[in-house]
Design a protein around this ligand. Sequence first.
Ligand code: DQA
Length: 145
Amino acid sequence: MKKILVIHGPNLNLLGQREENVYGDTSLDQINEQLTRQAADLQVELDIFQSNHEGEIVDKIGSVSHSGASGILINPAAYTHTSVAIRDAIAAVKIPAVEVHLSNIYAREEFRHTSLSAPVCHGQISGFGVNSYYLGLTAIVKLIS
Ligand code: DQA
């Protein structure tokens, strides 16, 4: 069975209690449960990882080939806009990635309009709330099938 690495960046552990007007009231555990159900339907396995630390996310992406995963679904959260290291890690591993955001980053503050990681991802889904993750999982599974 194919495996997808799912990465949630900083502060996404606080979903459900964090700026609900922007990010909604679904917790990260609920998103992960739904993703896991969807993965079973799509006949893929998930390796789900959340970290608030840039280097840990870089390490996790770097180890993707050893983990046997053939695709990455990533919400780099605030690191989207700042992290050359995460961008370079995605570019380095030669495994397709799809970037997702709950909010529409282009409709928010100007500093969120730039994604350093999107250009090295196959594509980006932004602005559909929790459905961004579910659309993103479908997209990455189709990509690797
Ligand atoms: C986010 C958007 C980012 O700008 C922000 O820093 C986040 C969440 C989103 O999913 O909408 O933490 O990635």
